[in-house]
Design a protein around this ligand. Structure first.
Ligand SMILES: *Cc1c(COP(=O)(O)O)cnc(C)c1O
Length: 424
């Protein structure tokens, strides 16, 4: 079976041939390779071709594919039943691990996707604050629930429908849009509306990679305190990725609530939202805010998450190593671009990296949109051809995993040099 044939079959039965839009490679004018298996730092397609994987399932696999410890934990858990629909001890064990690491989080509830985590966190926040207004930032992506699909990043931006069709105007009338890293735009909204919650990716990974300024986050903290609004850090991507404690490891600003996903499931569908006791106790069955899930806290998924976070705790040098690799990779890409007079910006936090084809540093969504996406597409395809699997959209982030070696990074840099020479 060729990639082309397999994708043609997929398109017959699945809209666009994919179950999440960015996977279709549309924005780089290509077709996806169809994956047959993965191991460590590598993916293998149905034609047997090997790729160095800088997507790592869009973040979850911080130790790479088929990590032995996570794999063993999952196999053990499977033997004890796939789902109980009743409490199990590993839910508490994983919740405890998260609360121990993030001191603002006193209680967490598990869900199965980041979309559910942010949607539910906002519901609790509004229920607690007793105000409907919500502020989100242009280019931030918080999953695909209706109220959040307004100028959303990630696939929504990639496919040119940052504000989705099918979302009634009534549903988004309480969603107010502010500009990332621009505190004045937030002040303006607070002046004119009753705001119950502010949600932000403190280290944005869904308009490309754009970390917030410390002073901007401090400004948000103050506005929320002054106006009785709940500050939610969406760390579905950056939690356990940008540092061992996500944004908390980088900024001194503390949110009221944090949402998690991706790494906390180690590759299984796990996400969570947590916060202070007085906020989280608003949740049903203790409080009046309803939220539920048939497969929430699934025992196999909990075992994978627990193995993943335990391994992170037992690997103290992890983030320093991943950041060293990310910086080396971006330096290599940068040098190769510069040699060919291609405008190029890069940034790194921990295991996350990003690059834009533009001449000035990217601070917000409008800046991100100035990137030359045609050049991005050419670079992407040139790298894929050479066995380097990078996110197929400008409006995504790259990830280093622990299974990568120095040789892998040097290989990717060499391929970038060849690719820039080819496309310049
Ligand atoms: C991936 C992501 C989500 C959505 O998570 P899903 O599991 O895809 O629903 C939400 N917020 C952020 C910051 C993300 O990166």
């Amino acid at each position: 079976m060729t990639n082309k044939d397999a994708f043609a079959q997929a398109k017959k039965f699945i809209p666009g041939g994919v179950n999440s839009p960015v996977r279709a490679f549309g924005s780089v004018g290509a077709e996806p390779v169809i994956i047959q298996k993965a191991q460590g730092a590598y993916l293998f397609d149905v034609e047997g071709k090997k790729y160095l994987d800088f997507i790592q399932s869009w973040g979850p696999l911080i130790f790479g594919h088929c990590d032995k410890d996570i794999e063993d934990a999952v196999i053990q858990a499977v033997k004890n039943g796939l789902s109980y629909g009743a409490p199990c001890e590993n839910e508490t064990n994983l919740a405890r691990l998260i609360c121990e690491k993030f001191d603002v989080i006193k209680k967490v509830r598990f869900v199965s996707s980041g979309t559910e985590a942010t949607m539910s966190a906002i519901r609790v926040a509004r229920g607690y604050a007793k105000k409907d207004g919500l502020i989100k930032f242009e280019g931030c992506y918080h999953g695909h629930s209706d109220a959040l699909l307004v100028k959303a990043g990630s696939g929504a931006t990639t496919y040119g429908n940052a504000s989705s069709a099918g979302v009634p105007a009534d549903v988004v009338k309480n969603t107010h849009l502010a500009i990332y890293n621009d505190i004045k735009s937030v002040e303006e909204i607070f002046k004119n509306h009753e705001i119950g919650a502010v949600i932000i990716e403190p280290i944005a990974g869904n308009m490309g990679f754009v970390p917030a300024d410390e002073s901007f986050l401090a400004g948000l903290r103050k506005l929320c305190d002054d106006n009785g609004a709940v500050l939610i850090f969406d760390e579905v991507m950056s939690g356990f990725r940008a540092s061992a404690t996500g944004a908390m490891g980088i900024y001194s600003v503390k949110p009221d609530m944090i949402t998690f996903g991706k790494v906390i499931g180690g590759g299984m569908p796990v996400a969570a939202f947590g916060g202070r006791c007085d906020i989280m106790d608003c949740l049903s069955p203790d409080g009046a805010v309803y939220q539920a899930g048939t497969l929430s806290g699934n025992p196999v998924a909990m075992a994978a998450g627990l193995a993943s976070l335990t391994k992170i705790n037992n690997t103290p040098e992890l983030y320093a190593k991943l950041e060293k690799f990310a910086k080396r990779l971006m330096q290599g890409f940068s040098n190769a671009a510069q040699k060919n007079n291609i405008a190029f910006q890069t940034d790194v936090r921990g295991s996350m990296f990003g690059y834009f084809f533009t001449s000035k540093p990217v601070k917000n969504y409008a800046d991100a949109l100035t990137s030359d996406t045609k050049m991005f597409a050419k670079f992407h395809n040139a790298m894929l051809k050479r066995g380097v699997y990078l996110a197929p959209s400008q409006f995504e982030t790259g990830f280093i995993c622990d299974a990568m070696s120095e040789e892998d990074i040097e290989f990717a840099i060499k391929m970038a040099e060849q690719s820039f020479d080819e496309i310049a």
